[in-house]
Design a protein around this ligand. Structure first.
Ligand code: C5P
Length: 207
């Protein structure tokens, strides 16, 4: 059983995916970490994330240890990730790893932007998690402040808008719901309410 959870940044995918995987006893992969790890490698070597060849080479060298490194959640890494993610050669280099991960028994939850459309089009459950831009920016802002990172709400809002635009406009695997995805709007829901809806959908598909 594969559960694909896609949607824009800070819509609640991560929290939901981790909880679903823990409840179901499934493996979980936050696929954003793959693009973040590629972005982080480039930043660490002083390369430009927009350098297509350097980014593709970094993606081909990526191993499981790279996605466990510290610092991948930082804002500059997220920005670099959204630049390298528009590079078709980077995306191509990361497909096999994600598909192998998804095939592990007894099941897997993968969250990202293109899991239901490109990586696992045959997933038994596809959710597309959304929330208003204001609520997403507020959540991300609170998260950053909670980690002690200085951030203004206005800067976080602008950054999310830029990243969404880049993710949706790219030619390869643009962020969008699969035709058979169920859209879950979390704007006015608590994390518990989102989880209750999602687990209900998963259980209805697995029985
Ligand atoms: O989800 P997260 O913010 O960690 O993802 C970082 C960036 O990686 C996103 O802005 C997006 O550009 C890219 N990404 C992607 N496809 C995925 C997961 C993430 O393009 N499946």
């Amino acid at each position: 059983m594969i559960v694909a959870i896609d949607g824009p940044s800070a819509a609640g995918k991560g929290t939901l995916s981790r909880r679903l995987a823990a409840t179901l006893g499934y493996h979980h992969l936050d696929t954003g970490l793959l693009y973040r790890a590629v972005g982080a490698r480039l930043l660490a070597t002083g390369a430009d994330p927009a350098d297509a060849e350097a980014a593709a080479a970094a993606a081909r060298k990526l191993g499981p240890a790279d996605i466990a490194r510290e610092g991948l959640r930082e804002e500059d890494v997220g920005r670099a990730a959204s630049v390298v993610a528009a590079n078709p050669a980077v995306r191509a280099a990361l497909v096999e790893f994600q598909r192998r991960f998804a095939a592990q028994p007894p099941g897997a939850v993968l969250d990202g932007r293109d899991i239901g459309t490109v990586i696992c089009p045959g997933a038994e459950v596809k959710l597309y998690v959304v929330a208003s831009a204001e609520v997403r920016a507020r959540r991300r802002h609170d998260e950053l402040r909670g980690r002690g990172e200085p951030a203004t709400y206005a800067a976080v809002f602008r950054d999310l808008q830029e990243r969404d635009a880049r993710d949706q406009a790219r030619g390869t695997a643009p962020a969008k719901p699969a035709e058979d995805a169920i859209v879950l709007d979390t704007t006015d829901l608590t994390a518990d309410e989102v989880f209750a809806q999602a687990i209900g959908i998963v259980r209805s598909r697995s029985s």
